[in-house]
Ligand binder design. Structure first.
Ligand code: GDP
Length: 534
């Protein structure tokens, strides 16, 4: 029996009902379609089709940046809130392109669970696998949706085996598909002993659900042809024997994933998945922080910035910092302490991302995501509290894998370019390094596409044509150790040294051999490929 009550009756009801999650998938598996259906069931929009911007342009309303729309790819992670039953869902959108993996990683620090969407014909694809690994690093609970069952798909056991083997996670079926492709009838809901039949005629209609008293119920035969019913009984018997039963604690620990089968485009299986998110979601979790972790039910508000988006309104050079509330009950106008600078900050116009529009947030609870417009004070990794000096931990910055020099087309505008680059660095869109000797900047990114996006944004937002050119370096490492040792090291390696936008020392090279040698020759120093956002 599915328990739809709150999992944590000891939490304040408003917090216990929150489910903050992201969808991970390979492009084309159906993330956008599923998001639309979530919003449809969430009552956020009238018709699911409204989310999809004109025709084949593939994005949801979450991508409200005009420039993004022009560019045709989603580079933003935004949040959407909607109610489903007694639950409040906060869906955080992860950027789809593999080049933005760092952004995606940070987005996943702001959620309590992930929904993994796979295509029933394709199984676990490369991007799914990568994103899954990121979830695993954080032991995030994962719920799986096997999509496109209305098309020829793989054998159900084969799909489950592939997930178990490739991702090393136990899979437990929450539903079982009946037929596939053209013969796909629907699913048997193993958690509630119901028959869910798919209505092919109306794609926006909630599927018909028929209560059944177990697999021997004679009513099954009224809806499922004899041959398919025999196969269903046989498969479920096998599944119950061979596959682990649902263990909510294992789901919570991220060692087991329940799988639902469905067809997002036909609105089928979506509601059952949403019920699953409600039941196993889970509610907002404690947040790791220094010097102590933050519990969601603490009465004082604390939150952290996991994403900064600049120039959402090109007319004003404003930025929106996305804050995940880790604890407490936030009310508009509250004065919070910006822990990094120890300065007070009145949060007077926070934005809540309702599916239909941006809206002023009057209040928010632990688990919610609010947008805070600001002029650059808020950076990724920043913590806001009601006064206590807490610092949320575990939000990393990765060493870029690609480095290029950048030059302004107009040499008179170097200062202008520096300002633009610093903005992108603070937004987390790129790493910017100022070499110790020589002029110009070196920009580091994780994927090549980011150079193009940067060039177009610098031109659009700052009116500056820029040129990226090959750099002599291919790797960058943060140098840490005793201050005098770092300075001395920098001094003898001037040609390889640069400063990042926080002023931290970075060593650049094109040879792994150099990095190994330095680690040998300077035992008091460490060269690191990641840095905690400060
Ligand atoms: P995304 O790239 O993961 O966001 O994928 P989309 O949601 O844009 O879906 C990719 C393509 O698959 C689109 O053409 C969808 O119409 C189609 N699609 C999505 N869900 C289903 C489904 O359940 N069945 C079928 N047959 N097609 C689907």
């Amino acid at each position: 029996m599915l328990d739809t009550r709150s999992n944590r009756p000891d939490l304040p009801a408003e917090i216990a009902r929150r489910r903050t999650f992201a969808i991970i998938s390979h492009p084309d598996a159906g993330k956008t379609t599923l998001t639309e259906k979530f919003l449809l069931y969430g009552g956020a929009i009238q018709m699911a089709g409204q989310v999809r911007a004109k025709g084949e342009a593939r994005r949801t309303r979450s991508d409200f940046m005009k420039m993004e729309q022009d560019r045709g790819i989603s580079v933003s992670a935004s949040a959407m809130s909607f109610d489903f039953g007694q639950f409040r869902f906060n869906l955080v959108d992860t950027p789809g392109h593999s080049d933005f993996s760092e952004d995606t990683y940070r987005t996943l620090t702001a959620v309590d669970a992930a929904v993994m969407v796979i295509d029933g014909a394709k199984g676990v694809e490369s991007q799914t696998q990568k994103l899954f690994e990121v979830c695993r690093m954080r032991d995030l609970p994962i719920l799986t949706f096997c999509n496109k069952m209305d098309r020829e798909s793989r054998d159900t056991f084969e799909i489950i085996d592939e997930i178990q083997e490739n991702l090393a996670i136990d899979v437990t079926p929450a539903s079982w598909p009946i037929g596939m492709g053209r013969d796909f009838l629907g699913c048997y809901d193993l958690l509630r002993d119901r028959l869910e039949l798919m209505d092919r005629a109306d794609r926006n209609k909630v599927a018909e659900s028929i209560a059944i008293e177990g697999l021997d119920d004679p009513r099954l035969a009224e809806h499922v042809p004899a041959a398919m019913l025999a196969q269903l009984r046989e498969e479920i018997e096998m599944a119950r024997e061979l596959l682990p039963a649902l263990d909510p604690q294992a789901v919570m620990d991220g060692t087991m994933t329940p799988i639902w089968f469905g067809s997002a485009i036909n609105s089928f299986g979506v509601k059952e998945l949403m019920d699953g998110i409600g039941s196993y979601g889970p509610e907002p979790q404690p947040q790791s922080a220094s010097p102590r972790q933050i519990a969601p039910d603490e009465t004082k508000v604390a939150g952290f910035v996991f994403k900064v988006q600049a120039n959402m309104d090109p007319k004003h050079r404003d930025r929106v910092a996305f804050l995940r509330l880790a604890s407490g009950h936030f009310r508009r106008g509250m004065k919070l302490t910006h822990v990094r600078t120890k300065k007070p900050m009145a949060v007077s116009n926070p934005v809540l991302f309702l599916a239909s529009d941006r809206e002023l947030a009057e209040e928010a609870w632990a688990g919610d995501i609010i947008g805070i417009p600001n002029h650059g004070q808020l950076r990724i990794g920043d913590t806001l509290t009601e006064g206590e000096a807490l610092k949320v931990t575990g939000i990393p910055s990765f060493a870029p894998e690609l480095l290029q020099g950048v030059r302004s087309g107009d040499p008179m505008k170097t200062k202008h370019l520096e300002k633009a680059l610093m903005q992108f660095a603070e937004e987390g869109a790129a790493k910017v390094f100022k070499p110790m000797i020589g002029s110009g900047f070196i920009v580091g990114v994780v994927g090549a596409l980011q150079f193009e996006v940067l060039a177009s944004r610098i031109e659009l937002e700052y009116g500056l044509p820029v040129r990226f050119e090959p750099s002599q370096f291919t790797s960058a490492r943060w140098v840490t150790g005793p201050k005098t040792a770092v300075e001395k090291f920098a001094d003898v390696n001037k040609g390889h040294i640069a400063y990042d936008n926080d002023g931290d020392v970075v060593y650049m090279t094109r040879l792994q051999w150099d990095i190994d040698r330095i680690e040998r020759d300077y035992p008091e120093l460490s060269l690191s490929a990641t840095k905690e956002m400060m």
